[in-house]
Design a protein around this ligand. Structure first.
Ligand code: PSV
Ligand code: MN
Ligand code: MN
Length: 386
């Protein structure tokens, strides 16, 4: 196999999971700008996700968020997805949109609220059983706003207890992905603010507990690729929530704000042996002002292009330069790969699996955007939190 075809086959084996909530309306706390044609049901979100997969060929699964994607029969939803040519992926839990969680969910000082939150997490595992999902993604908005508000260490104990109960419920082939986030909505102390806290909890739980890196959840200037390299070394990188940020948790298109960062992350993934099915490459984004489906297609393409560039790094030349202490030479090897125009290579890789060389053009030509505007009238559009 030539170097180029090796890159192409690695590229087409990487799958990128799209989030159901990215297809619905979203906004900031100031305004949600509704768009015509937006899905009204989980089934319609799956239809849109299927279009992304049709054109890109590498987005075969869709993450659900519970209860945003509430249905009576999850096995039937999975069947419906299969009929559209996609599958249900990660189940995202939601213990952050209920009045009871004002002081926290699994770390709440009130045991009855903690019970309710754990119940929801266990229900999510039931859903995974019905959909055949491998991963349960946990993000907790839990934290405090004021010094002294609650006992920081006791909250860690409550968290550990809740996680242990959910971990014990996982099937043999199921995993728990623990997400961290620097701040927001808690402003003084967040209970899972960083990879270290997530890692410490995962370590205690066992190998089915893995850390998920949301690229928007760090302080400015954080070296995310270092975290990736370290978690891979420790076999605790469960996956990514990809998106872009300029300021905080902006949830912009992956690779839009800083394609170089995405390349550096993908380089460490490949270097650390993480370009496998054990790493869940997910998007976690919202498209507030741009058309949603093309934005998701663009994001998938951005992840692929970053991966392609990272695959092109000349590992032998890099290792030689590093051995010789050739600082500029080593840096040049990485930059050569980053500066390569990989678009033709990625287009060819897509064609090789029957997808579209230019997915955005194919989507535009398909008429789907016009069709959903015409067909999806009446009912209530899905939105962030609905
Ligand atoms: C929290 O900011 C987060 O990144 C978590 O993954 C949530 O589940 C998701 O956003 C909701 O958009
Ligand atoms: Mn996330
Ligand atoms: Mn986020």
């Amino acid at each position: 196999m030539t170097a180029v075809s090796a890159v192409q086959s690695a590229l087409t084996s990487q799958t990128i999971e799209t989030p159901s909530w990215a297809y619905g309306n979203s906004g900031t706390r100031f305004k949600v700008f509704a768009q015509a044609g937006v899905p009204r049901t989980p089934e319609e979100k799956l239809q849109d996700a299927a279009r992304v997969h049709l054109h890109t060929g590498v987005a075969p699964t869709v993450a659900l968020h519970i209860p945003w994607d509430r249905v009576d029969d999850y096995a039937a939803l999975a069947e419906h997805a299969r009929g559209l040519g996609v599958g249900i992926g990660t189940i995202n839990s939601n213990v952050f949109q209920d009045d009871d969680y004002k002081l926290g969910s699994v770390t709440n000082p009130d045991p009855a609220v903690r019970r309710k939150a754990v119940r929801h997490l266990l229900d999510c595992v039931d859903i995974m059983d019905a959909t055949g999902s491998r991963d349960l993604k946990l993000w907790f908005s839990d934290g405090t706003n004021y010094p002294g508000q609650d006992d920081l260490s006791a909250r860690q104990g409550r968290l550990a207890e809740a996680l242990a109960e959910v971990y014990a419920r996982l099937g043999d082939d199921q995993r728990m992905l623990l997400e961290y986030k620097l701040f927001e909505p808690a402003f003084y102390a967040t209970d899972v603010p960083d990879w270290g806290t997530a890692y410490a909890h995962c370590l205690k739980l066992g190998p089915k507990a893995q850390v998920v890196v949301d690229t928007g959840h760090h302080a400015p200037g954080t070296n995310i690729e270092f975290i990736v390299a370290l978690l891979l070394r420790e076999r605790r990188l469960g996956g990514f929530d990809f998106n872009s940020r300029f300021y905080a948790d902006d949830d912009l298109m992956a690779g839009a704000a800083d394609p170089f960062q995405l390349f550096r992350i993908m380089y460490e993934v490949i270097r650390g042996g993480g370009l496998t099915a054990d790493t869940a490459f997910m998007l976690d984004q919202c498209h507030n002002i741009e058309p949603k489906i093309p934005a998701i297609i663009r994001s998938v393409m951005n992840v692929q292009e970053a991966t392609a560039k990272a695959l092109l790094v000349d590992a032998d030349a890099l290792a030689a330069a590093q051995r010789e202490g050739d600082v500029l030479g080593a840096n040049a090897v990485l930059m050569d790969a980053f500066n390569t125009d990989v678009r033709p290579l990625v287009a060819e890789a897509r064609s090789s699996i029957g997808a579209d060389a230019d997915p955005l053009a194919a989507y535009r030509a398909s008429g789907w955007a016009e069709r959903i505007v015409k067909d999806r009238v009446g009912g209530e559009q899905a939105g962030w939190g609905a």
